[in-house]
Design a protein around this ligand. Sequence first.
Ligand code: SF4
Length: 620
Amino acid sequence: MAGAVAEVIEDVPSALLIEAATGVGKTYAYLVPALLSERRVLISTGTKTLQDQLFAKDLPMVCEALGRRPRIALLKGRSNYLCHYRLEAAAGDAIGRGRQLATIESLRRLARTSATGDLTQAGILAEDAPLWPQVTSTVDNCLGGECPRFNDCFVVRARRRAQDAEVIVVNHHLLLADMALKDEGFGDLLPEVDAVIVDEAHQLPEIAGAFFGLAVGTRAVRELGRDVLREMERDAPEMVDLRDRVAALQAAVAALLHCSEAWPARASWAEVGDAPGVLPALSGLDLALAEMEDALTGAADRSPGLDQARGRCTTLRGRLRGWLEESPETVPWVERFKQSLMLHRTPLDAARPLAERRAARPASWIFTSATLAVGEDFSHAARRLGLPDDVRAERLDSPFDFSRQACLALPEHPLPNPNTPGYTRACIDWAWPLLSGNPGGGFFLFTSHRALREAAALLRDRLPPERPLLVQGEQPRAELLARFRDSGDAWLLGAHSFWEGVDIRGDTLSIVIIDRLPFAAPNDPVLQARAASIEAGGGSPFMEFQLPQAVLALKQGVGRLIRDANDAGILALCDPRLTQKPYGRQFLRSLPRFHETRDPVHALEFLHNARQGRGDAVCV
Ligand code: SF4
């Protein structure tokens, strides 16, 4: 892998797709040639956690080993950095609220002492804390050059470090913000580079959909209203008409939320757009934003905050109008939360904008992940990433000995159809020897929250009370994982977010049970529109999109099991379609070569023997 990466870095412009299974040492295999090349390199990771790990651990280690001292910068999206200006405004709001004031004091201390102002690393606030957006900035509410704290602004400083660095570590959201030319403020986001390495590249197309699309939400409108009131009370208290405009804006938001109360969590606009009162509510919101914009135009010279609010108002109105416009290349859909609504327009296909933006930035592009190929075939990943069919692609198998370390258990007699009501109970009955007989811990992974909840209720009745049962949704993800690691014999029931990004070794995670093949929910509005578009072009949405997507998702889930050469484990796949449907073979062929059994008890014996490190581990 290092050789292939080195060749591609030397050959500008070029592209490489490289699948590296767990254990290959993917990170080192791209860091070493990148650092030896002495070129300017941008590395993009899937998550902020991986970004931090790369910056704080992997990069320093490889630099040390190679004796290199390049200038390295870590750059995150602006919402990760404390904003001095908004922190002080929030401090003013918090007077009299004891607990929040204590948190604000901790944040002020951080603002004084931290070199980076990185809130994610500080551990003071949870990422979903209501205070988070109040003490960080968005491009809409940042005062930019008008800000009295511009010179010591953490966002500005981080951008400057990145502009000056030879190796820049970002995440996909930031890379895409840059590619989509989304204005993040302060001019160019990322510097020109010779090579871009996209790790966890399988995540890029989905995230790209959001960046090349358009979204506008009621939460941003409400925040605008709140900020206008605060700025008015401080700098223009006599402009009472602003108070009326804020009230009108909040009423328009409330009317829209009221008529969307019964909508599902995600729905296509075609499905809900003609509900009674929706179009008048949207017109009402547009009008309220227009009147607010007018009122703020008259107040803009009273303070930078009011001037900036006018800009935000214009942007929000522009987005709302853009969303309302017909556009055949995009899918309009809505996302309903408890107290807010998001209106989205997602491109039918992000491949074209990805290809165009890559062409506009001539560099070596390296896309790597543990899951890019379906069998030996990279065409699905290449198509979604906007790469040509003949792009150079390589696959590196895991160096682990799966036939000795891991056992695949499939039901002897196929379980009922996964869409029938008794399916989850049947999965538990079949997997019961594994659930009850393993002295270590395991993951039970689901494709739907409904099945997860049903399994949790059934297992609470059946597992002995001393056996820890951790259920996604009952605690934050990080807490669940910490408890899982500590307990050593827990069962963790998880949906999508536990299928990837978890690295737990040894007996603690020695069984992975998967209830269904991870096909995307057929009622997802974006998936439905993409399927219709493929069909209209004469293709098969199932073979061209849904199946390869599900194969890659299954590979991610399976990848949780064997994490190093000493690991041993059982993979149990309950879904009868694996053996009953012709396409089941595509899934099985894409997995490493496990020992196979149809009997969970034999699988446990295999695991026991593998744990003893005996060479005669056998699966019957
Ligand atoms: S420049 Fe923007 S992000 Fe920086 S402190 Fe000022 S308002 Fe906050």
